[in-house]
Design a protein around this ligand. Sequence first.
Ligand code: PMP
Length: 280
Amino acid sequence: TIAFWNGDYLPLDEIRVSPLDRGFLFADGLYEVAAAYQGRLFEPQAHIRRLQRGLAELRIDTGWSDADWLTLMEEMLRRSGLQGDQAVYIQVTRGASTSRGHAFPAGVKPTVFAMPSALKRPPESWRSGGVAAITTPDIRWSRCDLKTVGLLGSVLAQQKAVEQGVVDAIQLRDGLVTEGAATNVFVVRDGAIATPKADHRILPGITRAVVLEIAAEAGTPVAERDVAANELATADEVWITSTSKEVTAVTRIDGRPVGTGKPGPVWTAIDARFQQRIGR
Ligand code: PMP
């Protein structure tokens, strides 16, 4: 695999990261993952906007323009040598310092890394039967709107899901649904869609934004609002969304069926439009 490392294109296994890199020491950095379907990036500007906003919030100044990020993503696709659908991973850290202190070191230069991979799309069984999930307390910090590499809360949530043989862990905070381990959550009741509003408690997912757009286009009532934890039990449908999971119906939560226990009609309609958007 050819990867990007601070200006160079190198084989992934030749890249060496400094132990003084603040990404390593402090998780002082951000990442992005974008999909490309048959060579075409999906919503690249939205990914770039989210990255640039995060960098500005963390005061990491790369000097890179939106066009520079787009070029990097296109170059990754071009150099990957992969056929078919791909994912591009980008990571930016505050950089390698000369000593270990919490505050920003003077004159530190950001580390920029990117790598391509084959995009693993949701298996057919998820489309026909949906997936199972558990709920788990949201133990993360209060700036979940930033896509930082400090992912321990999500790591522990996803591990709990894996150990229970399910696909995702829906996180709950103060009696409300926040999001999955690496997905946004939607609920449907009586034909109306709802999803937690995009504030500091969740990552503003690109897939989430596309689903909101699609729902509006389709004329389906949709609200961004607080979603109570107990709505998961009374919903007709629950979905999770992400770049890699697309729009996936959750048909069991904590061992109990959601609605009929099958992907519902609102999911079917929204997913059809989503598949069209990604060129399927
Ligand atoms: N929430 C979290 C915590 C995530 O890590 C992700 C995946 N990056 C998402 C939501 C979904 O975001 P997207 O649709 O942009 O992949």
